[in-house]
Design a protein around this ligand. Structure first.
Ligand code: ZN
Length: 380
């Protein structure tokens, strides 16, 4: 007998019928207090050797329907290796066809990053003598807002901020953080050691613990899209942003990277803050150089495709990158990774993956090292 379940950390699905393996009908639940949906994560048991056909019948109501075009779902038997499975979007349904080798298999929109794994990441980082863990406060569901301070803060040191997963369904953002942290804390890595001499890093690997645990795509427990809350965050609606912003004001910010995933575009790219009122030609050169250098050190990154830049003065200051760039006068950027794969450097079996996200996260260390001298602008 087939069974579908999702009552676990990050799970999301509704099962309408699974009586027949060849006609399993499912629906994605919207975020609990907002009308966003696309993230799914469930377990199928009892399907060993059966050609299972799983139809997500409300896929046409998802937040980014273009995200289904050319998209392959991920599956795993051991919850470590997430491989791609045959998926098509047809007649408004997302149809996943797979014959499981074993009795229990997990399916998801992208390799999940559970809150348990988040706790492991924080605990592991805490073993480093360079790391100080602080809890900025509490989310609406009562979870800790974890901040890792890496390196000893000092007046002559610059403050670099990296935050990820404001949108909880964009799990590649926390996989990216895992790779970034692992390299930054590697005592045998000369580049990381050199950076930590001059820079204090403030890292929030998960900006949205409640949405992550609840299996949301885009919002927190109150239905707030955190990347639209930066101009006026409130403790009763968006404490995650309120607390991080407050801490930024006390440390100052010399550089900020906000890490995301994009449902539609099969590329890694950076969105800059050209729309802020204080944008200058000098900042534009720095942004261009940052992107060019990253492309040189990691061919999974590219600069051809991305979002169109907002005209100067038209940027939305409620978004993290724009808010930080305008408030602190520093280079702040939004990084986007694909849910699908990179069109220029594809991998048919895995698509864009946790492993590639991690290596990509580690590679930014080289860019920061090479541009370090320029990352505090003379205006500061
Ligand atoms: Zn996002």
């Amino acid at each position: 007998m087939i069974r579908i379940s999702s009552s676990f950390d990050g799970g999301n699905i509704l099962c309408d019928t699974c009586a027949d393996a060849s006609d399993i009908q499912l629906q994605i639940k919207t975020d609990s207090a907002a009308d966003f949906s696309q993230w799914f994560y469930f377990r199928l048991t009892g399907g060993q050797g059966l050609p299972c056909v799983m139809k997500i019948t409300n896929a046409d109501k998802a937040s980014y329907v273009k995200g289904w075009e050319g998209y392959q779902a991920v599956a795993s038997y051991d919850r470590e290796n997430w491989f791609r499975v045959d998926t098509v979007y047809e007649n408004g349904h997302l149809v996943i066809r797979h014959t499981p080798d074993v009795n229990a298999v997990y399916y998801a929109y992208f390799a999940p990053y559970s809150m348990e794994r988040h706790s492991d990441l924080i605990a592991d980082a805490g073993q480093s003598p360079d790391v100080f863990l602080s809890v900025l406060g509490e989310t609406l569901d009562g979870q800790d807002m974890d901040l890792l301070t890496i390196g000893e803060p000092a007046p002559e040191k610059k403050a670099y901020w990296l935050v990820a997963r404001q949108h909880p369904g964009e799990t590649m953002a926390e996989w990216w953080m895992e790779g970034f942290l692992s390299r930054l804390l590697d005592e045998d890595d000369a580049v990381s050691r050199a950076l930590l001499e001059k820079i204090c890093f403030y890292v929030v690997p998960n900006m949205n613990p409640d949405g992550s645990r609840r299996g949301h795509l885009r919002t927190n427990a109150a239905g707030a899209n955190l990347n639209r809350e930066w101009s006026e965050p409130e403790m009763n609606k968006s404490p995650e942003v309120y607390l991080v912003r407050q801490k930024m004001q006390s440390t100052g910010v010399d550089f900020c990277l906000d890490v995301h995933g994009d449902e539609g575009l099969p590329y890694n790219f950076i969105a800059g803050t050209q729309g802020i009122p204080s944008w200058t030609a000098e900042k534009d050169r720095l942004l261009t150089d940052f992107k060019r250098l990253w492309q040189q050190v990691n061919p999974d990154f590219q600069t051809t495709h991305g979002y169109p830049a907002a005209p100067k003065g038209k940027g939305n200051l409620a978004m993290c990158g724009n808010y930080v760039a305008e408030t602190f006068g520093c280079l702040a950027m939004t990084l986007e990774m694909p849910f699908k794969d990179t069109a220029d450097t594809p991998n048919e079996l895995w698509g864009w993956s946790p492993e590639r996200s991690k290596k990509f996260g580690a590679s930014v260390i080289d860019v920061l090292h090479q541009l370090d001298d320029r990352l505090t602008l003379p205006t500061k």
